[in-house]
Design a protein around this ligand. Structure first.
Ligand code: MF3
Ligand code: CO
Ligand code: CO
Length: 269
């Protein structure tokens, strides 16, 4: 019997239009976060900004109370891989910080994140962030109707490991729509040609977490904060995309550059 990916929803044109709207609201909040970051700002101040900006749009911050998460955004500094809980910690020059924004609007979820430089990064920080940023682009470049889900992880893994970094296995991208997390799970490692076929109208995130050292992570006692076991730096970028006949549409595409993130466009020449 032919195996179908019965569980991967195909979105209707109306669903896709609603996803465009919520994803653009989330992308706009992320752009505004770019404008408030400076040495000394606390992650709680970032959270308060995200919370207020989300409500001002008539949207709801999806992380708040999601499975008990206590805040409206995730702020992940340096060795924090993901799910950092905003609090009293202030960012310092040389830090890197991922801010992950998910809005709910009109019943739909839009999810996007970027890693930002605070002040001037050292060479290691720059490397892990730029490798991560490019790996997301390469993963998205695999997407089109008829490609395989495994092609995405394969492209990411090949590039990242070729540049001396490692891909986190413990967290994955995900289908998204009227729920935060749906089928499929989108691994950031894989083999070309493996996995279910992608079809026009599927919507999911790609959100590689890339470590400068080993891939292993552990969860702190707060039950959320994931850190690298070797405490090496970790970076992450995330987009929500829809599969099209010829490629993908980046629903969370930004309409302006992130000045605290997109600073080294020529890093790979
Ligand atoms: N935004 C995260 C993701 O990309 C999920 C955060 S769950 C939370 O899937 F509870 F920590 F907010
Ligand atoms: Co996500
Ligand atoms: Co996210």
């Amino acid at each position: 019997m032919r195996v179908r990916n019965r569980k991967i929803e195909l979105k209707s044109p109306a669903d896709i239009e609603a996803m465009r709207v919520v994803c653009q609201l989330a992308a706009d909040t992320l752009c505004k976060v770019d404008g408030i970051l400076r040495p000394g700002i606390t992650t709680e101040e970032i959270n308060a900004f995200v919370h207020e900006d989300t409500l001002a749009k008539g949207a709801v911050p999806a992380p708040l109370n999601y499975r008990g998460f206590p805040k409206s955004t995730c702020t992940s500094i340096n060795e924090v891989v993901c799910h950092g809980i905003p609090g009293s910690r202030a960012v310092e020059p040389g830090d890197i910080i991922n801010v992950d924004i998910t809005h709910i609007f009109d019943g739909y979820y839009g999810d996007t994140s970027a890693t930002f430089y605070i002040g001037e990064p050292n060479d290691e920080a720059k490397h892990v962030v730029e490798v991560c940023r490019r790996s997301l682009e390469l993963g998205m470049a695999q997407v089109r109707d008829g490609a395989r889900l495994g092609d995405i992880g394969a492209a990411i893994q090949e590039f990242v490991e070729g540049h001396g970094c490692s891909v986190v296995r413990d967290f994955v991208g995900h289908g998204i729509g009227r729920k935060f997390h749906m089928e499929p799970m989108v691994s950031h490692v894989g083999k070309f040609g493996n996995g279910p076929k992608l079809k026009t109208g599927m919507i999911f995130t790609i959100e590689p977490m890339i470590n400068l050292g080993k891939a292993d992570v552990e969860i702190l006692d707060d039950g959320w904060t994931a850190v690298t076991t070797d405490r090496s730096l970790s970076a992450q970028f995330e987009h929500t995309i829809v599969v099209t006949d010829t490629g993908c549409e980046i629903l969370t595409e930004r309409n302006r550059p992130l000045l605290q993130s997109e600073r080294y466009p020529d890093y790979f020449g």
